[in-house]
Design a protein around this ligand. Sequence first.
Ligand code: G6P
Length: 367
Amino acid sequence: AMIGKGNYPHFMLKEIYEQPGVIGDTLRSMWNPASGAIDLPPLDIDLAAISRITLVACGTSYLGAMVAKYWFEKVARIAADIDIASEFRYRDTPLEADGLAIFISQSGETIDTLAALRHAKEAGQKTIAIVNVPESTMAREADAVLPTLAGPEIGVASTKAFTCQLVLLACLVIATARARGAISGAEEARLSNAIAEVPSRAAEVLNGDEAIQALAAEVAEARDVLYIGRNTGYPIALEGALKLKEISYIHAEGYAAGELKHGPIALIDDTVPVIVVAPSDALFEKTFSNMQEVMARGGKVIFMSDAKGCAHIGKEAFATIELPHVHPFVAPILYAIPVQLLAYHVAVIKGTDVDQPRNLAKSVTVE
Ligand code: G6P
């Protein structure tokens, strides 16, 4: 059937707004309503016997892999490597006999990711494909498939597929942690409850769209924009910068907040917006002090936070985007949304072809 934009001016905006619904659909496919516990479809892979995880993808899907690396290490206590598919496939990295390789792709057809999957299989890895197109080549070739239920994504810049990947990966991390005996029942319940809240919290984030739109004019004036974050906020900073580049054509960089002083701080003056991804986690104070370093150099800080009283503590910032308070585990899923919205509104001001940005393709099936 033809997919329309409904009442939205662009597919991208429609897909951003579909997130509470499709995140919920994806979540319910991995949830046991009777027990309230995460319950993956049968995988045919013994998660307890895995010695190491390798996550491989391209583009925004790669940033999903990066979030998952932090989660696997912290929650499931398993070593996780990440790689860009076009590097992984040619690098000939040594892979452990009991390794699991996870391939993440909206389309399931990206040629570099597909080649990396074939390479990993040949190297004896167990393989899982996380794809949004269940009949795709990656889904057919992997040992196991975990489908995201984002529905067809038309906008070239991935949005809803990304947040669905994250929610699915969060569930896979919990299942892995449980299989390995790395998590207590109480902690598992806390994290599962945090995941269960994501659809409604995502809807609350969307309610703040007007405030984000109001900032877009300022960002649209910039030549360069920086995004900083720590821990799982770091891949979200990278994703914010990627989205902005892709659709507004403004140069943007994502940086680990702690690495700012090793380079990009040299760029900062009062023409450079700096988007600070600052969830209320164990590293909040550190991120906050990086933000103060930016402000001391005149940088125009846009402070995104769910910390209690953030509007007040961020009063020196150029602007604060206040997010609903969530468990830090799920923060990257929620913080993905305001960075999408900001990029979208800036692109609309710039008058670019938001759904079909120049030089980019929805699915890259040539090398
Ligand atoms: C292209 C798209 C991106 C996407 C990437 C990976 O570059 O423009 O939005 O993240 O491909 O695509 P995949 O289908 O493998 O997730």
